[in-house]
Design a protein around this ligand. Sequence first.
Ligand SMILES: *[C@@H]1O[C@H](CO)[C@@H](O)[C@H](O)[C@H]1NC(C)=O
Ligand SMILES: *[C@@H]1O[C@H](CO)[C@@H](O)[C@H](O)[C@H]1NC(C)=O
Length: 253
Amino acid sequence: MALTMQLFMLVLLPVASLLPPGTQAGEIIGGWEAKLHSRPYMAYLEIQRKGDTYICGGFLVAKNFVLTAAHCKGDKITVKLGAHNIREREESQQVILVGHQYLHLDYGKEPRNNDIMLLKLAKRAKLNRWVKTINLPHTKKKVKPGRKCSVAGWGRTVAWNNLTMATTLQEVDVEVLEDDECMYRHYNASTMMCAGDPEKGKDSAKGDSGGPLVCGKTAHGIVSWGPYRPPGVYTRLSTFIPWIQETMRRLQP
Ligand SMILES: *[C@@H]1O[C@H](CO)[C@@H](O)[C@H](O)[C@H]1NC(C)=O
Ligand SMILES: *[C@@H]1O[C@H](CO)[C@@H](O)[C@H](O)[C@H]1NC(C)=O
């Protein structure tokens, strides 16, 4: 995800215009295959939008709710839970259609801000050893810079100009950085957080847009955007807890 850090979602089909100029072929983005079912909250999102297919990550926060980035919205979204190899039909997998997409109301008002969306599943997921929810942080509880966290996803494992997608879940460690390390235009420290690979020169997180930034047992961020090089920008979940709780409460039967 040098990839996943980008502003736009990954396209499954090769689209030449999405490729940034001047990238190195075959550059490996530091990361590795995740241990089998070690991240049971991970969701693989297949998004149909205007005839194209995109993929995003997401994470299960309740039996019938997946959290992801607002820019992963689409005309139709299918969620795959309990997956490791998304090209195979594993017995652990549950494929569920999204019933409704709830974008944050302020998404789109300012560039890249409030990049968060709740997906209500058409039916509840069955929680078991392969499919579990992940905890969210407390309201306003900011993660301290220096904290080691991780990101996972099925995004690209190699260079920007190589459209090969991972078939198995990949993960990488990233460190939470000070806000001023993300001196990007449109970076907003109250709604976003900055994280990157602690080892300079290596490419940062891999995983797809919408996937969780996990610190300990808690999801603290959502992969949102960034330039081609790390650090990347994540939606700061602690800011959105009231919105998440209120939205879920309103929609629970
Ligand atoms: C893309 O990456 C894959 C996996 O590492 C590799 O097998 C393939 O040769 C690469 N393709 C190009 C065009 O570099
Ligand atoms: C940061 O985001 C918040 C929430 O959307 C917004 O109220 C605030 O105006 C933004 N700050 C800047 C400097 O854009």
